[in-house]
Design a protein around this ligand. Sequence first.
Ligand SMILES: NCc1[nH]cc(CCC(=O)O)c1CC(=O)O
Length: 314
Amino acid sequence: MTALLKIGTRGSRLATTQCGWVQRQIVTALGHDPMHAHDLAPLVIITTQGDRIQDRRLIEAGGKQLFTKEIEDALLNGEVDVAVHSLKDMPAEEIPGLSLCAFPVREDPRDAFVSLKYHSLEDMPAGAKLGTASLRRQAQALAVRPDLEIVMLRGNVDTRLSKLEAGHCDAILLAAAGLKRMGLEAHIKSYIDPEQFPCAPGQGALAVQCRTADLDQAWIARLHHSDTFLQISAERGALVALEASCRTAVGAYATIADSTLTLFVEALTADGKTRWQRRETLSAPTPETAHALGLRLGQSIRDEAGDQLIQYTS
Ligand SMILES: NCc1[nH]cc(CCC(=O)O)c1CC(=O)O
């Protein structure tokens, strides 16, 4: 059986799990039995610089493209035809020649609280250790629990869970989406309320990427989910305006009910002491108006916060 197309992915268990789901959807959309997915649309594992580097300062210096560049190069030179990314790991700027062509239905966008000892952030005793490498999670946690000690906890989901089990910290915050996709939901003790602490822009959503020249492929429309696209258009608008790098704590969370989109955006200083928030609704949203709303709310925070947004950690 000859391959119809090749799918590029990072090698972590989360990345290959997400990719396997997209792979089956594509093969089904092309009219084949998903049983043959591995032959018809094989996964090609690509190691990115971000997977090799463990030092947060180098990650900050390199920016988000550290996790996507090698995969995008493989798309551009024809080694693979489709790439699957976690949207929240995608930089806001576009890559010439490539397009984000489909946004499949979003998984749970919330952050999950995982601990062997405690039920929630509120439950943790003074001085307890919270493990995270995300500036946003750090800032949001400190905003309500300034007494907690933040412990730098890097690595993929499995690594972070084993560090928690080994006692490096008392609790960790992880994306519920990743845990659910990997079948690890049982670890979740409680959820962070995104109406109070907006998730990372695009958290829980996947982005399927292809060469711009291949945008007419039949499977693309089948994978695309329009409400997800509206939500992430709004959230990513805020991301663009706030130029969120790994050094800026930004959350953006959009919901849709009764044809009305509500967008909640916040930016925080790393210590969580200052929070800038905006919340607005938009009726009969389109991807363009949703994106424009995100841009406007993000810009308005930016105007107010100015230099205070960028926190230098070294
Ligand atoms: N930065 C790592 C990363 N990228 C995507 C996810 C989870 C899945 C998602 O948010 O879509 C995670 C792990 C985490 O934040 O816990």
